[in-house]
Ligand binder design. Structure first.
Ligand code: S3P
Length: 178
């Protein structure tokens, strides 16, 4: 399992899709799966059921996805604030896409699809989360000023996986080769 974490605007979905193509693994965006399960968009879940209900649904959804087949999985920016979710990430490749606060705002500022952006204490939320991202990350990759393909290339080389992983496995076990 390769899990992408980081604040809104870090590029988790864009980089995740590229990585999925490169590694030959399916890509899943936890928020998209939550929306499918809830039958409505994330802002509507926040507005009608409240953030705590969203967080519960988020944890349950991620737990289910982590127990399923191997994928490249992008998590919403707040997912790792849940200690239960952090515990479930032990043993996965967890790639933290680091974005500076100003860079994150420049990328996603004004997006009506992200209810957290209307929080007056958003910068404090960002700072509070840095520790959680770092605590669960197995790799931290900077994203500011970089193209998604460049970030993806760094992840592939840092993970030590390349090409299409399922095909590579074909050549690993060769007993009694003379
Ligand atoms: C959130 C980030 C969003 C989404 C929800 C809450 C957050 O995901 O999960 O709006 O708390 O930072 P992205 O990080 O993909 O924007």
């Amino acid at each position: 399992m390769i899990v992408l974490i980081g604040f809104m605007g870090a590029g988790k979905t864009t980089v995740g899709q590229l990585l999925s193509g490169q590694l030959g693994l399916p890509f899943l965006d936890a928020d998209a799966v939550i929306e499918e399960r809830a039958g409505c968009p994330v802002p509507q879940i926040f507005a009608e059921r409240g953030e705590p209900a969203f967080r519960e649904l988020e944890h349950e959804t991620i737990a289910g996805l982590l127990a399923g087949p191997r994928t490249v999985l992008a998590l919403g920016g707040g997912a790792v604030e849940d200690a239960r979710t952090r515990r479930l990430l032990v043993g996965a490749h967890v790639v933290y896409l680091h974005v500076p606060y100003a860079g994150a705002l420049a990328r996603v500022g004004g997006d009506a699809g992200r209810p957290m952006l209307s929080r007056p204490d958003l910068e404090a939320v960002y700072r509070r989360r840095l520790g959680a991202y770092e605590a669960v990350a197995t790799h931290t990759v900077r994203t500011d000023g970089r193209a998604p393909a460049d970030v993806c290339g760094e992840i592939v080389s840092r993970l030590g996986v390349g090409g299409s992983a399922p095909h590579r496995l074909t050549f690993i076990y060769q007993p009694n080769v003379r």
